[in-house]
Ligand binder design. Structure first.
Ligand SMILES: [Cu+2]
Length: 335
């Protein structure tokens, strides 16, 4: 699959769009903006007209009576009618489709998502497709969703914290809730957003475009940076694609090293690279996709993010298999 996901234009207009339904949301955003622009121009012209028409001048006196003509009324009704069309004709059909169950629920992946201050917890049913029972009395640091280990359905369940593994090209139904306050589950690159409300489980579904795997996206987002103009602020979320050495052949920056976590003094790293005569470095982002919280939910709201790892079908099955198999520890003796 050689589709390009157009990460080159990230941030210029809208974020890259990686879900099957996202173009319809983008279309809606476009229509609303064209409408707002038309309104802005229309009202602007009218405003200038009134400034000139009713300016203070000799022989004219202000009268304080409401308008008698029909034109302004027609304009108001037309704007109102168009807004109703935007809501009922365009927005609600798109919204309804993604709030109703997907057309083919047989091949759907269900994931429970639980927001809390300040992390996202994910609960997968595992290969049996059945979620184990959860109860708040079982909640611990390593069991944030309170999974009941005694429940047979829970045996192969998978829990992750701030790590959302999903397959591409398959319907994903997320059932979103919260443990404490209202959060908002948002994936800008998938055009998905839904409030996480304590005591309620709200479903929403989406499908990642075929081929948009994390590995492929990282490859597409690989870029070269000039060491002469690079700043640590810009580079710290990147991973090195190659080895870079100083004049004596010693490695300054190793291939695969994550700049943010392996280099505490990033400015020194850039200086060292420059001093070694390295003019350009090839880097790729550490994490192209993430879930954020779009609701100001507390003092550490800003760090409430989960990394999204998109796999192809085989890769996802392998991950499920790996995570759902109980780890057997050999203690090297009889117990
Ligand atoms: Cu939050």
């Amino acid at each position: 699959m050689l589709a390009s996901f157009n990460f080159g234009t990230y941030g210029r207009w809208l974020p890259p769009q990686l879900s099957e339904h996202g173009h319809r949301i983008d279309h809606l955003i476009d229509v609303v903006h064209y409408f707002m622009f038309a309104l802005f121009v229309g009202w602007g012209i009218f405003f200038l007209y009134t400034l000139i028409r009713f300016r203070k001048r000799e022989g004219h006196r202000a009268i304080y009576e409401p308008v008698s003509g029909k034109a302004s009324k027609y304009a108001e009704v037309a704007v109102g009618a168009f807004e109703v069309f935007l809501l009922v004709g365009l927005s609600m059909p798109v919204w309804a489709e993604y709030k109703n169950p997907p057309p083919d629920p047989t091949n759907m992946l269900e994931v429970r998502v639980i927001g809390e201050q300040f992390q996202w917890d994910f609960h997968y049913p595992g290969p049996d497709g059945k979620f184990g029972r959860t109860d708040s009395k079982f909640i611990t640091g390593t069991n944030p969703i309170g999974l009941d280990e005694a429940d047979p359905n829970a045996a192969d369940d998978i829990q992750t914290i701030n790590e959302f593994h999903i397959p591409t090209g398959r319907d994903i139904n997320v059932r979103i809730t919260s443990k404490d306050v209202i959060h908002s589950f948002a994936i800008p690159t998938m055009r998905v957003k839904q409030d996480a409300i304590p005591g309620m489980e709200v479903p929403v579904w989406f499908k990642v475009k075929e081929g948009a795997t994390t590995e492929k996206l990282k490859e597409e987002m690989t870029q070269e940076y000039d060491t002469a103009s690079a700043t640590w602020y810009k580079l710290r979320h990147h991973v090195s694609c190659e080895d870079y050495r100083d004049k004596s052949g010693q490695i300054i920056l190793a291939k695969g090293s994550d700049l943010g976590s392996t280099h505490t003094d990033g400015t020194k790293l850039i200086d060292d690279l420059r001093a070694a005569g390295v003019e350009r470095i090839k880097l790729q982002p550490r994490n192209p996709l993430e879930v954020i919280c779009a609701q100001l939910c507390g003092n550490s709201h800003f760090k409430m993010k989960a990394q999204i790892i998109t796999h192809d079908a085989a890769g996802f099955d392998a991950w499920v298999k790996e995570r759902s198999t109980p780890v057997e520890i050999d203690f090297g003796g009889d117990f």
